[in-house]
Design a binder for this molecule. Structure first.
Ligand code: GDP
Ligand code: MN
Length: 391
């Protein structure tokens, strides 16, 4: 889970990472109240999960109430490369002498956290790594030993930070590592980490990614998720515990097993169609879970036909057929279903579907045949006057 800057800062604050005072705001009035409480000048910052907000006009300095009103009004509702701004972070403005870069990231290939520090802050770090690898100091941390004070000093020294801030920058890295470890993060990135003219070290921006697999150890992480930013179908699927990824096509996909679902996407694309989602119902899915899956698939308004591609191993095809019949009665879909069931209890499953005799449900014997059929039905259903899909 990626956190908005201000939620990341909430997390970092508990680990005593040095930050500027700030407050969240969702309206111009809230932004004004926040600025009055903090004191001018402030920085008005768009809260979206994408970098480069500064360049996009989503970060503005405001010296007084009029400026806050003007900038908050302009930034709220702004679209930053596909991300709509619903929230602002109003922060006390900081004077900057130097902009550095610091990050702790999980390096899977080394099976260890990697701490990085550079004096080339504000810049894209991939560019720094490519053009000036010497300007990026790195250190893998043995998780059993942890981050030691000398690690911080060594990184600061190697990166070439100003001599008078070697210790405070090292100490800052230690707080970032503590947050990374304590919260089971996979990324804590500060760009820029600034040195003020009076030589304080402050985390001016924060990008924090938490490991969803560790969520059970951190009940408070649920509050850090901002559902408003999530896709409605993906949110619905998450609530039902389903593995669902929204795609931009018009053919709903239901399958069991990630591998089979991936191949189903390929086969549909090969047949000239565009999948609307990835959905893996998993092994042994029961009728109830199947109905829940169908509900999520159909809640996407782009869906014009649904393909069920099930290979029965642990999953029994008759259970899936029962699930489809139940879901059909419950949801009364207006789009055609194409069903390909093979494997455990497939004969009973086909019989069940034949007996139910549902209108607009088409059985197919092979995966290729089913893909061709669903693409054809989706096109037929895309209505007159539309340009149709270009294969
Ligand atoms: P990003 O563009 O999405 O990475 O957003 P940042 O939070 O990193 O802000 C972008 C840039 O705005 C920073 O690199 C700073 O140069 C500038 N900036 C942000 N906050 C302040 C501030 O308090 N004072 C000053 N002088 N500049 C700031
Ligand atoms: Mn930044």
């Amino acid at each position: 889970m990626d956190l908005l800057e201000y939620k990341g800062k909430q997390v970092l604050k508990r680990y005593e990472v040095p930050l500027s005072a700030g407050a969240q705001a969702a309206t111009v009035d809230e932004a004004l109240a926040a600025a009055e409480a903090i004191g001018y000048p402030v920085v008005v910052k768009a809260q979206v999960k994408i970098g480069g907000r500064g360049k996009a006009g989503g970060i503005k300095l405001a010296a007084d109430a009029d400026a806050v009103r003007e900038h908050a009004g302009a930034i709220l509702g702004m679209d930053i490369r596909g991300h709509a701004v619903h929230e602002l972070w109003i922060e006390q403005a900081t004077d900057i002498a130097s902009e550095y870069y610091a990050a702790v990231v999980f390096d899977r290939s080394a099976k260890a956290p990697l701490v990085m520090l550079s004096t080339q802050g504000g810049m894209d770090i991939e560019q720094v790594a490519a053009e000036r690898p010497d300007a990026l100091a790195t250190l893998h941390v043995d998780p059993l030993v942890g981050f030691q004070p000398f690690h911080g000093r060594r990184l600061a020294f190697e990166a070439g930070v100003d001599a008078d801030v070697v210790r405070p920058v090292g100490a800052m890295l230690a707080t970032l590592y503590a947050a990374f470890e304590g919260e089971d993060a996979t990324l804590v990135e500060i760009n820029p980490l600034v040195i003020t003219p009076d030589r304080r070290v402050i985390a001016l921006d924060a990008k924090v990614t938490l490991d969803d697999n560790a969520a059970f150890r951190h009940p408070h992480h649920a509050e850090l998720d901002d559902a408003s930013g999530a896709d409605p179908q993906e949110r619905m699927a998450a609530e039902r515990g389903l593995t669902y990824v929204k795609l931009d096509g018009d053919i709903g996909i239901f399958g069991n097993g990630a591998g089979l679902v991936m191949s189903t996407l390929d086969v549909v694309a090969h047949a000239g169609g565009a999948p609307a989602n990835f959905l893996d119902a998993g092994g042994g899915a029961k009728a109830e879970a199947i109905a829940a899956s169908v509900e999520v698939i159909l809640s996407n308004p782009n869906v014009r036909a649904v393909l069920f591609n099930v290979f029965g191993g642990i999953t029994r095809c008759d259970e899936v057929a029962r699930g489809i019949v139940d879901a059909y009665a419950l949801l009364q879909p207006t789009v055609p279903f194409v069903v390909r069931l093979d494997g455990t209890n497939d004969v009973q499953a086909r019989q069940l579907l034949a007996d139910a005799d549902l209108p607009n449900v088409h059985a197919e014997a092979t995966m290729d045949g089913a893909a061709a059929r669903v693409v054809e039905l989706a096109r037929a259903g895309s209505g007159s006057g539309s340009a149709g899909s270009s294969a």
